[in-house]
Design a protein around this ligand. Structure first.
Ligand SMILES: *Cc1c(COP(=O)(O)O)cnc(C)c1O
Length: 397
């Protein structure tokens, strides 16, 4: 038995290091190599091959390749699913999922708080161009989800914690409601990562990850994944790779594989640092509000505590007791924390989301004055807190 076929009976950390890696049969190298070839040797009689699907054995890198397969093995194990497809970005994974599972006349319910591309895809693109009906719902309220279900509802898509407000939705409760109504549930797990939360174990049908964030963790490669049952993933794989062409580069799959080995160690630091920073900010008079699922003041804290056994993640949002420009001056005064989008990198990143965000009407009241999304990195927490403290002082708060 090769190492990578070890099952889920091993611990999460052991699987993060070993699953999907093996001794290279040709060279004896203890790390599997990067296979950049576009094409793989065909069998003796290729005429009965199914060209429109991705088979077990790689054929063409857009249908599947060696490095993609290794990464899929690892992620399928870490998310505790039957199968996984890895793609070029988180958005490629999301659009592949929607494209594969929905058709015109279908109805989809999705969270009021989601990644911007999900909002655009589900609120504008799919309804306008493909006749798919969508309803935006505050999915932190199970009653609202229930009330939105229609006979033609096919999918509920939630993000928890939600980007950028860290809103929490109850995965197990929504999964139960979805299944009572013959509806599928997909969960964007990017903010939590499988170390902190595993939606499939809570009853979700599919989990989506932007690998660009915590799973790679080093801010140097983009990727996305969907994990779930064999049947659903084979449908998503066929459409998203073979027909939409969202294949990830083998090199990026290799980089993400390398980054993912330390996911458990990094997540523990992110969790601890973010909690320390959130507590610090909560005690500052110049801070208007702090939203972090690990704080008891967070509306979704109780649910988060139940469904995020590993920790509450590294992202928090907060606003200052100040005007628009003071928020920008605060960011300019930071010395360690970098102003940039993305999250889940080793380094801390901050982004100011101003009042003209097109989705502001979907956010709770306190977010309306403009706010920051802070991705707390794995630096020393004391240094991050000191950086925030000196920047607050510089803007007179
Ligand atoms: C970043 C992000 C995405 C998109 O991922 P990309 O890899 O940037 O395409 C999707 N969902 C969430 C929650 C994200 O934070």
């Amino acid at each position: 038995m090769s190492k990578h076929t070890y099952g889920n009976n091993l611990g999460f950390q052991t699987r993060a290091v070993h699953t999907g890696n093996d001794v290279d049969q040709e060279t004896g190298a203890i790390r599997r190599p990067i296979t950049m070839a576009n094409s793989y040797e065909l069998p003796y009689d290729p005429s009965d091959m199914n060209w429109s699907s991705a088979g077990e054995k790689p054929l063409y890198t857009r249908n599947g390749g060696a490095n993609q397969n290794y990464l899929q093995e690892r992620l399928q194990s870490l998310e505790n699913g039957e199968d996984c497809v890895v793609l070029a970005s988180g958005v490629a994974a999301l659009s592949g999922l929607f494209f594969a599972l929905l058709k015109s006349g279908d109805h989809i319910i999705f969270s009021n708080i989601t990644y911007i591309a999900v909002y655009r895809l589900l609120h504008e693109l799919l309804p306008e161009k493909y006749g798919i009906e969508t309803t935006i719902v505050d999915t932190s309220d199970i009653q609202q989800v229930q009330a939105a279900i229609r006979p033609n509802t096919k999918l509920i898509h939630i993000e928890t914690p939600g980007n950028p407000t860290t809103q929490i939705s109850d995965i197990a409760a929504i999964a139960q409601l979805a299944h009572q109504n013959g509806v599928l549930l997909s969960v964007d797990n990017t903010f939590a990562s499988p170390y902190n939360q595993r939606p499939l174990e809570l009853g979700a049908d599919l989990t989506v990850e932007s690998l660009t964030k915590y799973i790679n963790g080093h801010g140097d490669a983009m990727g996305g994944a969907v994990i779930g049952s064999r049947d659903l993933i084979s449908r998503i794989r066929a459409d998203s790779m073979v027909n939409l062409g969202g294949a990830i580069s083998p090199f990026n799959a290799w980089l993400i594989m390398r980054g993912s080995s330390t996911l458990p160690l990094r997540m523990r630091e992110h969790n601890n640092n973010a909690l320390a920073v959130a507590h610090y900010l909560e005690g500052e008079a110049g801070v208007r509000f702090v939203a972090y699922p690990g704080l008891e003041s967070h509306k979704g804290h109780k649910v988060a505590k139940n469904q995020m056994p590993g920790g509450f993640g590294g992202v928090l949002s907060f606003g200052l007791q100040a005007d628009h420009d003071t928020h920008n001056r605060f960011v300019a005064a930071l010395k360690i924390i970098t102003s940039a989008v993305s999250l889940g990198h080793d380094e801390s990143l901050i982004v100011f989301l101003g009042e003209n965000d097109e989705r502001q009407y979907l956010y709770p009241e306190e977010f309306h004055g403009g706010f920051f999304r802070l991705s707390v990195g794995i630096e020393d927490a004391e240094d991050l807190i000191q950086d925030l403290r000196q920047a607050l002082a510089q803007v007179g708060l």
